[in-house]
Design a protein around this ligand. Structure first.
Ligand code: ZN
Length: 426
């Protein structure tokens, strides 16, 4: 019986390992990718691209395709939205295609605006909401409040559209959360939500995309009404990340990896695998620097250098930052805030680096875990990876969604630059 159990465990692990190998082979199949792995060549290509962009070759290519379109290098236009939730007040503005949701409450009023609207374009975002008992509000636009501020009646429906020249180039998609289910996308002013049947909206998500494109689906896998937890692994990347990624892959879970910049270059394949799995790439300074003890410029340099390394490994920089040691004194918070980052801390510290004992790490997590927790582990010890291999399936068994820090934050009201977060409890 015991032997059988052991065998099952073994075969599960080797499947995960096999999966990792397959993924590796797939990546190596591309000849261009192989070439780009040569650091000097990659640098050369980066310089070439910079020259091309500087001299407008990128714009030229974009202009050829879509003569009226703005330059491809400008940040993409997006929708921002906020809502007043009953008993909670206004949320922060959430970015394009991110869920607006406050657990245990419902929205009573709504606002939307646009970010990065192309220069020279005309028009704005317009919207109206259907308030339970009093019906559609009439058109509001660009940050105006739709619905009654301080009201008690829930919203049953919402319509969002664009006007002016932007309406010819972009579509706006809207979906709502009702009874724990996200609706299909409603496009360009069609109604989202079921009006007049005694149901109300719990969450709202709005995305602006160029005509012919669809909103990215990445964030929709998280159900904000179900419990979730953010596992975080610090100090990598290193040789035990593959085991942790295998365990996450076998349950379709996500985690956040706070990486030390100077280790990234040597493990580019792992960093790519994290990104491909939907895990979040986190910044943990260049050399495990204590941000409480160095000046703001040095902190920013350390973060930037690490971001460049992550960017060249995975194609995009880190989306979250955790100061080493959780040290947020001195210039730390002001320096991170100025770069648009919050400090991501934790609620459960497994002390895995100290105990180096898988049983103890498993027990610490499973005896304390709560919905909305951020859990601190390290990916550079075999015992931590062994503990993660046991914790990950057990959390899923207990009904937790394994999400990234940003997924957790987005489901629970978002993060503000310059603030510290250790958990996102309801
Ligand atoms: Zn660390």
């Amino acid at each position: 019986m015991a032997a059988e159990k052991g065998e099952k465990k073994m075969s599960k692990r080797s499947t995960a390992r096999q999966k990792g190998r397959d993924r590796g082979q797939m990546q190596h199949r591309s000849a261009i990718h192989d070439l780009l792995r040569v650091p000097r060549l990659r640098l050369f290509m980066a310089i070439l691209c910079t020259i091309a962009l500087t001299f407008g070759m990128g714009n030229w290519a974009a202009d050829m395709k879509e003569p009226v379109q703005a330059a491809e290098t400008e940040p993409a236009m997006g929708a921002l939205c906020a809502a007043e939730y009953y008993g909670h007040g206004w949320t922060d503005w959430v970015p394009d295609n991110s869920p607006l949701f406050v657990s245990g409450s419902y929205p009573t009023a709504f606002r939307a605006a646009l970010s990065n609207q192309p220069e020279g374009s005309t028009g704005t975002i317009q919207y109206e909401v259907n308030v339970s008992g009093s019906g559609w509000t009439g058109t509001c636009e660009n940050g105006q409040t739709a619905g009654m501020e301080g009201g008690e009646m829930p919203l049953e429906g919402i319509r969002v559209w664009l006007n002016g020249s932007i309406a010819e180039l972009y579509d706006v998609f809207t979906r709502v959360l009702t009874d724990g289910q996200w609706s299909d996308w409603a496009v360009n002013g069609s109604e989202a939500g079921e009006v007049g049947v005694g149901k109300h909206i719990d969450g709202i998500r709005i995305a602006v995309v160029k005509k012919g494109e669809q909103p990215a689906e990445t964030a929709s896998t998280v159900d904000p009404s179900r419990p979730m937890v953010a596992l975080t692994f610090d100090d990598g990347p290193g040789r035990f990340d593959a085991q942790i990624l295998g365990a996450l892959e076998s349950v379709g879970g996500h985690a956040t990896f706070f990486m030390v910049g100077n280790r990234v270059g040597g493990h580019a394949d792992l960093v790519q695998r994290m990104a491909a799995d939907g895990c979040e790439l986190g910044n943990h300074s260049w050399n495990h620097d204590n941000f409480s003890k160095i000046p703001a410029a040095a902190i920013q340099n350390s973060v930037q250098q690490t971001n460049s390394a992550i960017q060249s490994a995975a194609g995009s920089p880190a989306t979250v930052v955790r100061p080493p040691y959780g040290a947020t004194g001195g210039s730390c918070m002001q320096a991170l805030g100025a770069m648009g980052y919050a400090a991501v801390l934790w609620r459960i510290d497994t002390l895995d680096w100290k105990t180096r004992n898988a049983d103890q790490t498993v027990n610490t997590v499973l005896s304390q875990v709560r919905d909305g927790d951020i859990i601190l582990m390290h990916s550079i010890y075999q015992q931590s990876a062994d503990a993660a291999s046991r914790i990950i399936p057990e959390l899923v068994n207990r009904g937790f969604q394994l999400v990234t820090v940003t997924e957790l934050a987005n489901a629970r009201g978002g993060m503000v630059p310059g603030a510290k977060y250790g958990a996102f409890h309801q």
